[in-house]
Design a binder for this molecule. Structure first.
Ligand code: HSE
Length: 309
């Protein structure tokens, strides 16, 4: 008898949100879908359409498959299922800072978990996903949706997820070049000055407080960062000019999306300036010789979920 197939949808994510390096994240309305069937016999069939289809390995190195295996091993059933049929439909741009690897990890874990009777809850899946990815700030919003605040203690991940108290549009400028997270982490220092740490603690706290309470005026400096963006600026031509252009066009703030190279502007929906913000960001990038496309997204509030056929 053929084993059951499940389908899972996982949102793309934007990590850090400026000052919350490796701790804050949000989910947005762009998705990758996974179809998974486990097989008793060894053998992998991995197919893919959409973003990055030509660049993602379709063999045992595939991150969806590795995440499926991770969960099966945890559950003690890796000997029962030795192979899989995997199909991905990808809309999240690859290696651009919108959490494409997190979608693959979360999709693999969520789908495999469903196929073995949902033995793990979302908080347990978050710990597995954080172990695989190395940091929680993309996988947490991919699992829960909304904004997430994460803190890791000896492998245990505390995650507070919430919807902000006002509606935001997320305007993302996607440059036409990729940047690996590994490369973008390499340029960061091992240690940072205390004043920079204080700068970020204040802003990250202010950002979460302002979002949860709906105090727009405190957003003014709340997206600023001293811990990672200044070091990464050299990897993204015109980064600070694009931030300035987004603000001048009416955005509440703009930051690197994750490790970049996407840049994301946070726009209060009631201001209706998202189109102008997108144009301004694209034009500022263009002045630095960078071609980009603009995605205008909403906050995803659902997170990873199973799709009914
Ligand atoms: N917090 C991570 C970083 C997100 O900025 O390196 C990228 O995956």
């Amino acid at each position: 008898m053929a084993e059951k197939m499940v389908r899972v949808r996982v949102p793309g994510t934007s990590a850090n949100c400026g000052p919350g390096f490796d701790t804050l994240g949000l989910a947005c309305t762009i998705y990758n879908d996974l179809g998974l069937r486990l097989t008793r016999e060894p053998g992998l069939s991995i197919t893919m359409t959409g973003e990055g289809a030509a660049n993602i390995p379709c063999d045992a190195r595939n991150i969806v498959w590795r995440s499926v295996q991770y969960l099966l091993q945890k559950a003690g059933c890796s000997k029962d299922y030795r192979g899989a049929v995997i199909h991905m439909e990808n809309h999240v741009p690859l290696s651009r800072g919108l959490g494409s690897s997190a979608t693959a990890i979360v999709a693999g874990l969520t789908a495999a978990n469903a196929l073995i009777g949902n033995r793990y809850n979302r908080y347990e899946l978050l710990e597995f996903a954080t172990d695989i990815e190395g940091h929680p700030d993309n996988v947490a919003p991919a699992i829960f949706g909304g904004f997430t605040v994460n803190a890791v203690t000896d492998g245990h991940v505390d995650c507070f997820h919430f919807r902000p108290n006002f509606r935001l549009k997320l305007v993302v400028a996607v440059p036409d070049f990729p940047l690996s997270t590994r490369m973008a982490r390499k340029v960061l220092p091992e240690e940072v000055p205390l004043k920079d740490a204080i700068f970020n603690v204040g802003r990250a706290s202010m950002l979460v407080a302002a979002l949860t309470r709906g105090n727009e005026r405190f957003l003014r400096h709340a997206f600023d960062d001293s811990l990672h963006q200044p070091y990464r600026a050299k990897l993204i031509p015109g980064m600070y000019d694009v931030f300035a252009a987004a603000r001048a066009a009416g955005a509440a703030g703009a930051t690197l999306s994750g490790a970049g190279p996407c840049l994301i502007a946070y726009v209060l929906e009631r201001r209706h300036v998202e189109e102008a913000v997108g144009k301004a960001m694209q034009e500022a990038f263009r002045k630095h010789g960078v071609k980009s496309r603009i995605l205008t997204l909403d906050l995803d509030t659902r997170g990873a979920h199973l799709l009914r056929k």
